[in-house]
Design a protein around this ligand. Structure first.
Ligand SMILES: [Zn+2]
Length: 505
């Protein structure tokens, strides 16, 4: 059911496009993908974006989005042409002020040929004018745009940007954002970062949001609908803006009782991970029929359904933990997903301990003992799960189990020094599982290759001696599930995909 084999069509495209002038012989096309083996067509080569300025207008009644994206980038090679990832209808592209020719290709490629080729290392400004109905656009047969009764929402992983702005859609290319969205009076437009201003004119209200720290494209979000906003400030001084659809029905109370804890939980996480890295904080709950949450930067997305059984602060802990593990330090490629999910899940275990509902050790013992050796759970390698299993429950639970094994191996002092030092060391950048291992070895002074191999890379259940060596799992029987188990399990589809990929649970 998965269709990740993509023929970029670069050769076919080359035949259709005008020949490059002889004077530009050294200039070549940017690659149609950034080089991620899990998702070969995601992102693009040849340039690096520093800033997206998105000036948009959205009509909830018709789901029509229109606007202009101004992209500031720098070339990383002599470029004859380059791609953006995008699905809406483009009417004009300008490169450094001059009209450029453009064409679509593959599932989500916008191929741009500037009038003059671009020298390596040069700043370049790309202006894309566009419009379209995002809910009508599909790539690989799915849409990440969630139409709601009163608007729409873009929030998904790894792909969400294609439905609302053109970009270099891969975590390797982070940038800052100004997102300005005009919506009819009475509707609200929610995005990342700080709300700089909102003003009404002639029946339309413009909402201006700013993310002034590097942000991956999949962590950019847009939600339009009828929202109630709440504002507050954390003890540490970070302004909090939360937004709740007015249409959450019976889930409204539990949603607010969870997300209103955002400031408190972020301050608590800062005790483990270091100071909160951004100048804005919050969460939003639109009236979608989705079942997952996403760590959209500074302002996570939550689904109403996740509060069907009451409040769930563990879910908020998970998404806020990602602000350090995933957002501040992002994957270099999607196979490194453990450096996001293993830690966000482990933060939930620490929260359980904090709440007196089971220690991280008890949760680890439970995970280890409740999956017998023949459970397919153990065939997933959290350190390189493959695109099919990128968000498998094993990446979360076995991923957190690996961290408990590490903690038991190196001791609390080194372990918590690593949890706090890692986000600072790789702040606003990208990293790999191997870099985490080397960092942990450096801080702890211990060789850890065997431990990482056992817990993250073997397609089998670590045997009893390995478990004992890691101080895990009592000799026999399934330990009683810690009290927090159900709340944590309720977050298991935190990243279930909009296209229906579901977890085992
Ligand atoms: Zn997560």
């Amino acid at each position: 059911m998965h269709r990740r084999i993509i023929v970029p069509g670069a050769l076919a495209m080359a035949a259709l496009l005008p020949a490059i002038p002889a004077t530009a012989a050294s200039f070549s096309p940017g690659a149609p993908g950034i080089g991620d083996p899990y998702y070969p067509a995601y992102g693009n080569g040849g340039y690096d974006v520093s800033h997206y300025d998105l000036r948009l207008k959205y009509q909830p009644a018709t789901d029509r989005l229109e606007g202009t994206a101004t992209i500031l980038a720098r070339t990383t090679q002599d470029l004859s042409r380059f791609n953006l990832d995008f699905l809406l209808d483009v009417s004009e592209v300008r490169v450094n002020g001059t009209k450029a020719s453009f064409a679509t290709a593959g599932e989500h490629e916008l191929v741009i040929t500037p009038k003059s080729p671009l020298r390596k290392g040069a700043p370049v400004t790309v202006v894309v004018r566009y419009s379209g109905v995002p809910s009508e656009k599909r790539a690989y047969g799915f849409t990440s745009w969630h139409r709601t009764p009163d608007g729409g929402v873009a929030a998904n992983e790894p792909e969400a940007a294609w439905w609302w702005f053109p970009g270099n859609d891969h975590p390797l290319d982070k940038a800052t954002y100004d997102v300005s969205v005009q919506v009819p009076d009475g509707s609200q437009a929610i995005s990342n970062g700080t709300l700089q201003s909102s003003a009404s004119r002639a029946g339309w209200t413009r909402w201006n949001w700013r993310s002034d720290k590097p942000q991956a494209t999949y962590l950019a979000t847009l939600a339009v609908g009828r929202f109630d906003l709440t504002t507050s400030t954390t003890d540490s001084g970070i302004p909090v803006v939360n937004a709740y659809s007015k249409d959450l029905g019976p889930h409204a109370g539990a949603a607010r009782a969870s997300v209103e804890r955002t400031g408190e939980i972020a301050d608590w996480l800062a005790g483990y991970f270091g100071p909160y890295p951004y100048n804005a904080l919050g969460g939003y709950v639109p009236n979608t029929d989705t079942g997952y949450a996403l760590e959209t930067q500074t302002r996570p997305f939550y689904s109403p359904r996740q509060f069907a059984n009451g409040s769930n602060t563990s879910l908020v802990v998970h998404e806020l933990a990602h602000q350090w593990y995933g957002d501040l330090v992002s994957v270099t490629g999607w196979k490194e997903i453990w450096i996001n999910e293993g830690f966000a899940r482990y933060a939930q275990w620490l929260w359980s301990e904090h709440e007196g509902e089971g220690t991280a050790q008890e949760l680890a013992d439970h995970v280890y003992a409740s999956h017998p050796a023949n459970d397919p759970f153990w065939t997933v390698r959290p350190g390189d799960p493959g695109p099919e299993h990128q968000f498998d429950i094993a990446v979360y639970d076995r991923g957190a189990l690996a961290l408990q094994a590490l903690r038991n191996e190196i001791g609390d002092e080194a372990f918590f020094a690593i949890l706090k030092g890692w986000p600072r060391t790789y702040a606003h950048g990208n990293a790999t599982v191997a870099e985490f291992r080397r960092y942990a070895e450096e801080v702890s002074g211990r060789p850890l290759a065997a431990l990482f191999d056992t817990w993250l890379f073997q397609p089998s259940k670590p045997a009893a001696p390995a478990a004992r060596a890691a101080s895990l799992a009592p000799a026999a029987g399934t330990p009683v599930a810690p009290k927090s188990w159900k709340k944590i399990a309720a977050t298991n589809d935190a990243h279930e995909h909009g296209r229906g990929r579901a977890h085992a649970h």
